[in-house]
Design a protein around this ligand. Sequence first.
Ligand code: NZQ
Ligand code: ZN
Length: 386
Amino acid sequence: MKNFAFSLPTKVYFGKGQIDHLTELADYGKKALLVYGGGSIKRNGIFDRAVELLTGAGVEVVELGGVEPNPRVTTVNRGAQMCRDQGIDMVLAIGGGSTIDSSKAIAAAAKYDGDAWDLVLDNSKVADALPVFDVLTLAATGSETNGTAVISNLDVPAKLALKSPRVYPTISILDPTYTFTVSRKQTAAGSADMMSHTFENYFSFEPGADLQRRFGEGLLRTIIDNAPVALEHPDDYEARANLMWTASHAISGIAGAGLAVGWVCHPMEHELSAYYDVTHGEGLAVLTPVWMEHILSDKTAPYFATYGRNVWGVTAGDDMAAAKEAIAHTREFLFGTLGIPSTLREIGVPDASNFEVMAASAEKRTLGSFVPLDKAAVVSIYEDAL
Ligand code: NZQ
Ligand code: ZN
């Protein structure tokens, strides 16, 4: 097991009615920027409840709506300017990963004299940030319990992560009932995303780290058990609660500590989002089985076989046979059970014209992975996934 640092400074209030804890924001200042997306929080009543609680506690609310899925740096710059102009003390995100990510970047950019994209390109420039809070409405990214914000710049185009200990949410409110209204498509994509986070941590040649590996298998089994229930019965509280808590820990660091050697499907997917505005979880779902098949070898087979035996109950004694069964189960779950489209074309990538340039960019982050992928390997995965 590698050395690691582990810190999870976010206070989580989990369960029904926990939004009442928003009154605690009064301890952090008098004026909050309330950031949200395309309006789902206005339709399901969370917006009104949040404003009622905050104003009741003496916190003035300034609104910034319209955060895009795959959030843009232009919106971050606009939010940061609002914070500076209007004397904002803190940023409250209500929504999914896109809203929380842009709120983190806004909080950092509000304290930076320049373009927010500078902070994305050079995370060491994040010297300070306003406190960030969130009410999560979609179980997927784990942004509620980490210090990452993934931001898109359409001018490059690029989608990259701002990572800083300064942007961890101070408080995250996780009420599973808020995810009852999440669509079938987003429930499936979110489940694929948390699965991918687990895979990115789980597949490693690092010896030991037994607890982290068992955490990973537990996360995967929880998704496999609960995502189909949530798809069938969107208001099943236990299924939604299990997915929500799993999402928070698939990427909180607890399952990857001492193991992580670099992520691979994520950098490849972020290029798809940057170029084609692909839904993150769908892009990951399409790439994942292709990636697994691409790197399957005598060296990796035992790792896929262990995954198959411990997560899917595969019984084949031969590692290569068990590994192939595990990958087949993964494919069937993503495209059959979850119903996610299985090709890049179906999710908005029309052709291979940008694969070379996308792969050149992804390669900067895929060479340090479980099995390093150079540009040619990334192009080949994109082509097989098309
Ligand atoms: O914008 P609104 O109207 O709220 O609608 C959203 C959006 O259209 C909708 N939605 C959210 N909660 C809902 C709801 N609809 C009905 N009822 C609710 N309760 O869902 C749509 C997608 O929302 P979005 O926030 O974009 O989804 P998600 O949470 O999957 O976030 C995706 C973004 O997070 C990044 C992705 O790259 C992508 O940009 N990631 C962030 C990570 C992190 N911070 O650590 C890690 C991830 O790997 C990922 O890269
Ligand atoms: Zn992800």
